[in-house]
Design a protein around this ligand. Sequence first.
Ligand code: SAM
Length: 205
Amino acid sequence: MSVHYRVGMRFYDALSGERCVYRSGRERGVQLLGLRAGDTVVDLGCGTGLSFALLVDAVGPNGRVIGADASDAMLKVARRRVAKNGWSTVSLVNADALHVTGDDLPAGRVDAVFSSYALSVMADPVGAMERAVSLVKRGGRMGIVDMQRPTGMARVFTPFALAATAAGGADIDAHPWEWLKLHATDFSEDTRRGGHIVVAAGTLS
Ligand SMILES: C[S@@+](CC[C@H](N)C(=O)[O-])C[C@H]1O[C@@H](n2cnc3c(N)ncnc32)[C@H](O)[C@@H]1O
C-alpha cells in the first residue's frame, strides 16, 4: 500500500478532484453494478467513504455496506462520515484486500464487491480481485471504477491525469477491469471524463 494512505489523510477529500472529475465515475459505477434492495456489498479500499452515500441508497434500509480498507487513517475519516450521516447499515473493517477472508467480514459471503479508484493503488490488483471473488456468493457481482490515460481528443489532458494518479499513488496503466472482462459472464463497461475514468461491472461465475 502506498505511503499516501498510511499517513494521515485529512485533506484527501479536498485534494482528490472529487467534484469536478471523480464523482461522475462512482455514480455510474454504482448504477452499473445494479445492486438490489437488501443486498450486502463490500466497498473494497473504501478510503474515506466517498462512495458510501450511493451504496447506502442502492441497498436500502435492509441492505448492508461493508467498507474495507487497510489504512487506519482513511477508516478514521470514513467512521466520522458514517456517524455524521447516521448510516446504521454501514460497518467498517480494517482489512488488506490481498489477505481478506469471509471471516474478516461481519456478514459472511456477500452479494457484491465494489471498488472505486482503489485497485490501481494496490500492489497486486489481480491478487486483490481473486481474493474478492472468494467473498462473493455464487452469481454475485463485481463493480470497478478506476482510471486510465485519457482517450481521443482528451489526450491533451494526459499530463494532468498522470499527475493526479501519481499524487494518489495509483498506477494509471494497471487497468484492473481487464481481469473482470475475462472472468465475468456479462461484462459491461462505460467511460467518463474523456475516457480517463473507466467503469465496469459483471457477474462472477
Ligand atoms: C485512492 S483511495 C480510493 C478510496 C475510495 N475507494 C474512493 O473512491 O475515494 C485508495 C484506497 O485504497 C486503500 N488500499 C490500498 N491498498 C490496499 C490494500 N492492499 N487493501 C485494502 N485497501 C487498500 C488505501 O488505503 C486507500 O484508502
